[in-house]
Design a binder for this molecule. Structure first.
Ligand code: AKG
Ligand code: FE2
Length: 400
């Protein structure tokens, strides 16, 4: 976070800061237009001013699928991921088995139901995936059907996945705004996978805004549209997204508010409801009581050196560290040449950004209020080696 903090210390670029912060804030649900203040006491209190993403504008884009090179060329679509018996029953089973929850961002509910599951170690420690949200559901162990799906996903990928964000798009009006996944905690070189069940929805890939930086535009003229792709995600398919695609392109699922008569059978499947499972290989871990953090995205790269988790309310430094992480997330959304090592390499121990999230998650944590004194990356750790792959990746080193 060293570099990001240096940016925050400059007073000259407030407008840019706000712009990038809005990019970060859009990450999980909406195209909020209200002003965004990086002061941590106010950054999550804005009323969401939800403007649906550009579903209709995308109608004329080329539609791509299994035979096409997607995004930056490291992504693909796989059909018929699950065997027929599982594909037929998975949706209904998951509706029952998964503990569906609400995720909040900028004081409002994201337009989807969500759940988080993952590998919980014998000592209760678990992987943590950080992204801009006021509050995420507590991670639970893989439920039975999700575990079966996970095994099929791992059979297709060259590496294991230890974390899943499950999302229920209840109708065509539920959506996720265009964003880049935040990769501070995603093991370098692995793939991010979206398995789709139920109604077919369309993923839009669109190059980041700065991809047009070298395009000459006359003053007063509109810039040309950014390269974009539409990828229909049918029931029982899996979109495998490489990290280079995530670096250069944004992805999202726009609303589909067309009249039913205009939708085909796949789009009308499952009464228009869709479940997606975003599996990731996470290299950052939290202790059972959420007080210790270590691994790829933390300051301490090994469990033995684990540091105390930090929140935006832990004094001036906690505030700065939290601001730096939000700033870094914004840069990942905005920059095609995002410098992962430079921005994320040093790590961050920030766990929560807002007071509300801290309180709620503490209530959910197994042990009560055991939060410790803030821990900051020291220069030794900042300049130290990049994290080695976590132990569960041993034998899968080809992909990291
Ligand atoms: O629902 C999907 O397929 C996309 C989900 C997604 O992009 C995310 O959770 O980051
Ligand atoms: Fe995503």
């Amino acid at each position: 976070m060293r570099r990001a903090r240096a940016f925050l210390n400059s007073d000259s670029d407030w407008a840019l800061k706000r712009d990038v912060a809005v990019h970060a804030s859009n990450d999980l649900h909406d195209q909020a237009t209200n002003t965004y203040n990086l002061n941590m006491t106010t950054y999550d209190t804005g009323t969401p001013n939800s403007r649906p993403p550009r579903a209709l504008k995308n109608q004329n884009l080329a539609t791509l699928g299994v035979d096409d090179v997607l995004g930056a060329g490291d992504s693909r679509l796989v059909l018929d991921v699950l065997p027929p018996d599982l594909a037929e029953t998975a949706f209904a089973r998951m509706r029952e088995e998964v503990r569906w929850d609400t995720m909040f961002h900028r004081g409002g509910e994201v337009p989807r139901k969500v759940a988080v599951e993952g590998v919980i170690d014998e000592d209760g420690s678990f992987p943590i995936y950080r992204h801009p949200a006021d509050e995420s559901p507590a991670l639970l162990p893989f439920s039975a059907t999700v575990q079966r799906i996970r095994e099929h996903v791992q059979g297709i990928l060259a590496h294991p996945v230890n974390h899943v964000l499950i999302q229920h798009y209840r109708s065509g009006t539920d959506y996720i705004s265009e964003h880049s996944d935040k990769t501070i905690d995603v093991v370098r070189g692995t793939k991010i996978v979206n398995v789709s069940l139920g109604a077919q929805r369309t993923m839009t890939l669109r190059m980041k805004k700065d991809s047009l930086i070298n395009v000459n535009v006359q003053v007063g003229d509109k810039p040309p549209p950014r390269p974009a792709q539409r990828i229909p995600l049918p029931h029982n398919s899996m979109f495998v997204m490489g990290l280079e695609t995530n670096r250069r392109w944004l992805h999202g699922i726009g609303q589909d508010k067309r009249m039913l008569a205009l939708k085909d059978a796949a789009e009308l499947g499952n009464g228009g409801e869709r479940i997606s499972l975003t599996f990731r290989c996470i290299g950052t871990f939290l202790s059972a009581d959420q007080t210790q953090i270590w691994g790829q995205g933390a300051c301490a790269k090994t469990k033995e050196q684990a540091g105390a988790t930090l929140t935006g309310e832990d004094g001036e430094n906690g505030k700065k560290e939290a601001e730096a992480l939000i700033w870094a997330f914004g840069r990942e959304n905005a920059e095609s040449e995002f410098d992962w090592e430079g921005v994320y390499g040093a790590g961050s121990d920030v766990l929560h950004f807002s007071v509300k999230a801290k309180k709620t998650n503490r209530l959910k944590a197994a042990a009560g209020d055991t939060h410790q004194a803030p821990h900051y990356c020291t220069s030794t750790i900042i300049n130290g080696p990049v994290a080695a792959p976590p132990p569960f990746l041993q034998g899968f080193r080809d992909c990291v």
